[in-house]
Design a protein around this ligand. Structure first.
Ligand code: BGC
Ligand code: BGC
Length: 718
C-alpha cells in the first residue's frame, strides 16, 4: 500500500499536472512521425506524453502490457498508467445496444452483460470503462439514444445501478475481472435541443433534478468510481466548466469524491462555446469546476503550471485532483500490479467464449420487441418456405455503434441464423436494396425470391452509421429505398414480416401498417442472427417492451409518456374543438407508447384493487392485479405500475412509472402481482426544490404499458 500523500509530496508540479492528462496511445509512441505529428500540433511535448496519467483506447493484452512496461520504466516515481476505454455493450462478445438491453426490463441480464464486458476487457488490460451512459432521452433524432435505456427516470436509475454492479462487482480491489465504471455524461446530454448532437441544453433546475439527474445519482449510490462531464451547456455554462454542477451539486451536495474526467476535447470546447477566450482560461475554468482529468486536449498540461505560478490557480486544486487519480489507481491495485488482469493466455480463454456467446444470444432474444403480429403470422413454422429479403439479410453490421472491438465477421447474420434453424433449403435470400439505394436488378431478384416463398421476411433498418455519436437525423423514417421495397413486394399478397434493425425509435409509417408482423431487433450484437431465429421460430417468446416512445411523426418530437396535461388537454369529447392542445394534422399520442410490446400469447388483467383508499404518510398501500395468460404458449409479461398526482403544487406528469415486475405465466395460469406504494415514492421537487409529497388525490394503475390501464384513486393523508 503506497502512502499516497507522501507520494504526492514527492511529485514536481509538472509531474502532477501531467497526471491530469489523458491521451490515446499513439501519443506515447516514440516514432518520428509522432514527434512532428500529433504531439506537435497539440503542443504536447515528449516529456508530457511519457508522464500522462492515463491512456484511452489501448486494448489487447500484448499492447497494454508493453505500454505499461515502457511507461513504468520511465516513471521516476513508479506511478502506473490508468487504462480506460469505451466498453459500452460488450468488448469482443457484443451484446445488443443499450437501448435494446433497456427493452428487456431485466436487471439481472443487464448486470450480467456488464459483468461479461468487464471480464473480457479486464483481461486485455483495461481498468476503467466509460460507461454506463445514463442520459435520459426524449428525442429520437439524437443518434445517441441507442446508448441510453430510454425516457424514464426510474427505469434508467435501475439500469444505472445494474450496469455499475456488473462492471464493478462488489470488490473492485480484489476481483481483477471487474473494472471501474465511469457514469456519463454529466449532465443532461440527452436533452440536446432539436436532437442535434452536442447542442445546447436548457431546462429549469427543477426539471433537471426531477427527470435528468436521478440516474447519475443512482449510479453513484451504487459506488460508481468515476464521472464524465457532458459536452453541452447546463443553464448557459458548459458542464465541463460548470462550478455549480460539479462543485456544488456533484461534490458537495452528493458527496462524490471520485475522479471526474472531461469528455473528449470538452475543455477546449469551452472556447467555441464562448465562455473561455483561450486555452488558459479553459484550463482554469475546468480545474476550478473540479475536473480532475482532461481527455484528449492539453490545456492543463500547457497552462496550469503558469496559472499556478501566477497565483491564478490554487495549487490545492491540483493536489486534490492528483490525489483522486492516485486513489483510483491504488484502489484498482495498480501500484502492486500495474498489469492487473492483462494476460494473453486468458484473452484466449475468455474472449468470445461459448458462455459469453450464449449470454449474448439470450439477452438479444429478450431485448426484441414484437410490435405487430396479425393473423399469428409469427412464430414461423418449420416447413414454411421463407424469402429473406433486405439489406440486413446477409450483413454483419448488426453490432451497432460503440462496438469498436467487436468483429463483424464474428457476428451471426440473419441468414445464418434462419438457415441454421430451418435448413438452408427453406430460406431463399435476396438483398432487395441497399440501405439507401436500390437497383432494378435487386428489386427483380427480390420479387422472384418472394414469389417462391410462403412468407416474406424483410430484414430492414438503419446502418450503424445512422445512429450513435454525431448520428443525428432530422428524418427518422426508414430510407425511401426500403419503403419502396415493401411497396414492390406487397402486391404479391404473401404474408410479410419485418425484422427491424435500428439505433433509435423510428417513424414507422410505411412499415407498420404495411406488414403483418414486425419484430424490433435494434442492433442485436454478435449473436443477433441466432437470437432472431430463436424468436421468429418461437423457441423464445418475445418479452421486450419499449422504453422510449415511437413517435407518430418526427413533428411530435419530443413525445414521451410522462408528459404534463396542459390547461387545455385533448380528450375524446373535445377532439373537434379548435382551442385545445393538439396538432391539426396528427394525433398527440405516439404511434407506440412507452412500455409497449406484444407476445405470442395474450395476457388479461383483472381484479385490480387497492388495499386502502387512504394512504397515511407512514403506511404502505398495496396495489394488486391479477394477470392471466389467456393464450396457448408460455410467456413473460412486464407488469407496470403508474401513478399520477392529481393536484400538486407544481404540475405533475400524467403518469409516472413507479415499479414493474416481469412474470412468467403458463397457458391458463393467473398470478396476482402486488406493488407497494409509500409516501416516499410520491415525492417530487417542489417550487422551493424541496423533495416532498402533496396530500390529496392520486391515480394509480398496474397495466401492460403506459397507455392501457384503468386508474383507481386513493388519497394521501399527512
Ligand atoms: C464521447 C464519450 C466517449 C469518449 C471517449 C466522446 O466523444 O462523447 O461518450 O466516452 O468520446 O471515446
Ligand atoms: C470521439 C469523438 C472524437 C472522435 C475523433 C471519437 O472516438 O468519441 O468525440 O471527435 O473520436 O476522432
Amino acid at each position: 500500500m503506497p502512502n499516497l500523500t507522501a507520494l504526492l509530496e514527492k511529485m514536481t508540479l509538472e509531474e502532477k499536472i501531467f497526471q491530469l492528462m489523458q491521451l490515446t496511445p499513439n501519443f506515447l509512441s516514440e516514432d518520428d512521425a509522432n514527434l512532428t505529428g500529433p504531439l506537435a500540433w497539440m503542443g504536447v511535448t515528449e516529456n508530457m506524453a511519457s508522464n500522462v496519467g492515463s491512456v484511452l483506447s489501448a486494448v489487447g493484452a500484448k499492447e497494454t502490457i508493453a505500454l505499461q512496461k515502457q511507461y513504468m520504466e520511465n516513471s521516476r516515481l513508479g506511478i502506473p498508467l490508468l487504462l480506460m476505454a469505451d466498453i459500452i455493450h460488450g468488448y469482443r462478445t457484443i451484446f445488443p445496444v443499450t437501448l435494446a438491453i433497456g427493452s428487456t426490463w431485466d436487471m439481472e441480464l443487464a448486470e450480467k452483460s456488464a459483468a461479461i464486458a468487464a471480464k473480457e476487457s479486464a483481461v486485455t488490460g483495461i481498468h476503467v470503462t466509460f460507461a454506463p451512459m445514463v442520459d435520459l432521452v426524449r428525442d429520437p433524432r439524437w443518434g445517441r439514444v441507442m446508448e441510453s435505456t430510454g425516457e424514464d427516470p426510474y427505469l434508467n436509475s435501475e439500469y444505472a445501478r445494474a450496469f455499475v454492479r456488473g462492471f464493478q462487482g462488489d470488490d473492485l480491489a480484489g476481483d481483477m475481472d471487474r473494472i471501474a465504471a465511469c457514469v456519463k455524461h454529466f449532465a443532461a446530454y440527452g436533452a440536446a435541443e432539436g436532437g442535434r448532437d452536442y447542442n445546447t441544453v436548457n431546462m429549469s433546475e427543477r426539471q433537471l433534478r426531477e427527470t435528468y439527474l436521478p440516474a447519475y445519482k443512482a449510479a453513484l449510490e451504487e459506488g460508481c468510481e468515476m464521472v464524465m462531464t457532458a459536452f453541452n451547456t447546463v443553464d448557459g455554462i458548459p458542464a465541463t466548466g460548470n462550478k455549480w454542477l460539479m462543485r456544488n451539486l456533484l461534490r458537495e451536495e452528493w458527496g462524490f469524491d471520485g475522479m471526474l474526467i472531461s469528455d473528449w476535447g470538452a475543455v477546449s470546447e469551452m472556447i467555441p462555446h464562448g465562455v473561455a477566450a483561450d486555452g488558459a482560461e479553459a484550463a482554469k475554468k475546468a480545474i476550478e469546476a473540479g475536473v480532475d482529468m482532461e481527455m484528449m486536449t492539453s490545456n492543463y498540461a500547457n497552462h496550469l503550471k503558469d496559472l499556478v505560478e501566477a497565483g491564478e490557480v490554487d495549487i490545492k486544486l491540483i493536489d486534490e485532483s492528483v490525489l483522486r487519480i492516485l486513489k483510483l489507481k491504488d484502489k484498482l491495485g495498480l501500484f502492486e500490479n500495474p498489469y492487473r488482469a492483462a494476460s494473453e493466455e486468458r484473452e484466449k480463454e475468455v474472449l468470445l467464449c461459448d458462455e459469453h456467446r450464449a449470454a449474448a444470444r439470450e439477452i438479444a432474444a429478450k431485448s426484441f420487441v414484437l410490435l405487430k403480429n396479425e393473423e399469428q403470422v409469427l412464430p414461423l413454422r418449420v416447413g414454411q418456405k421463407l424469402a429473406l429479403i433486405g439489406p440486413f439479410a446477409q450483413n454483419g453490421d448488426i453490432l451497432g455503434p460503440w462496438s469498436i472491438w467487436g468483429k463483424q465477421e464474428e457476428a451471426a447474420q440473419v441468414y445464418a441464423g434462419l438457415s441454421a434453424r430451418a435448413g438452408e433449403d427453406a430460406v431463399i435470400v435476396a438483398r432487395g436494396c441497399d440501405i439507401e439505394f436500390a437497383t432494378e436488378e435487386q428489386l427483380q431478384e427480390a420479387i422472384a425470391a418472394a414469389k417462391q416463398s410462403d412468407v416474406i421476411v424483410l430484414a430492414l433498418g438503419e446502418s450503424s452509421e445512422m445512429s450513435g455519436e454525431a448520428g443525428s437525423r432530422g428524418d427518422i423514417r426508414l430510407p425511401q429505398a426500403q419503403l419502396d421495397l415493401i411497396q414492390k413486394l406487397k402486391p404479391l399478397g404473401k404474408p410479410m414480416v419485418v425484422v427491424l434493425f435500428n439505433g433509435r425509435p423510428l417513424d414507422l409509417h410505411g412499415v407498420l401498417e404495411e406488414t403483418d408482423g414486425l419484430l424490433e431487433v435494434w442492433f442485436p450484437g454478435t449473436e443477433g442472427g441466432h437470437a432472431i431465429a430463436d424468436v421468429l421460430f418461437g423457441d423464445v417468446n418475445p418479452s421486450g417492451r419499449l422504453t422510449m416512445s415511437f413517435p407518430y411523426s418526427v413533428g411530435q418530437v419530443p413525445v414521451y409518456y410522462n408528459n404534463y396535461n396542459t390547461g387545455r388537454p385533448l380528450t375524446p369529447q373535445n377532439a373537434n374543438e379548435r382551442y385545445v392542445s393538439k396538432y391539426l394534422d396528427m394525433p398527440n399520442a405516439p404511434l407506440l407508447p412507452f412500455g409497449y410490446g406484444l407476445s405470442y400469447t395474450t395476457f388479461s388483467y383483472s381484479d385490480a384493487s387497492l388495499s386502502t383508499a387512504v394512504l397515511n404518510a407512514e403506511d404502505t398501500l398495496q396495489v394488486s392485479v391479477n394477470v392471466t395468460n389467456t393464450g396457448a404458449t408460455v410467456g413473460e409479461e412486464v407488469v407496470q405500475l403508474y401513478v399520477r398526482d392529481v393536484a400538486g403544487e407544481v404540475v405533475r406528469p400524467l403518469k409516472e412509472l413507479k415499479g414493474f415486475r416481469k412474470i412468467k405465466l403458463q397457458p391458463g395460469e393467473t398470478k396476482t402481482v402486488t406493488f407497494d406504494i409509500t409516501e416516499e415514492q410520491l415525492r417530487y421537487y417542489h417550487a422551493d426544490l424541496q423533495h416532498k409529497s402533496d396530500a390529496g388525490e392520486f391515480h394509480v394503475f398496474a397495466g401492460p404499458n403506459s397507455r392501457d390501464g384503468e386508474p383507481q384513486a386513493f388519497r394521501l393523508q399527512k
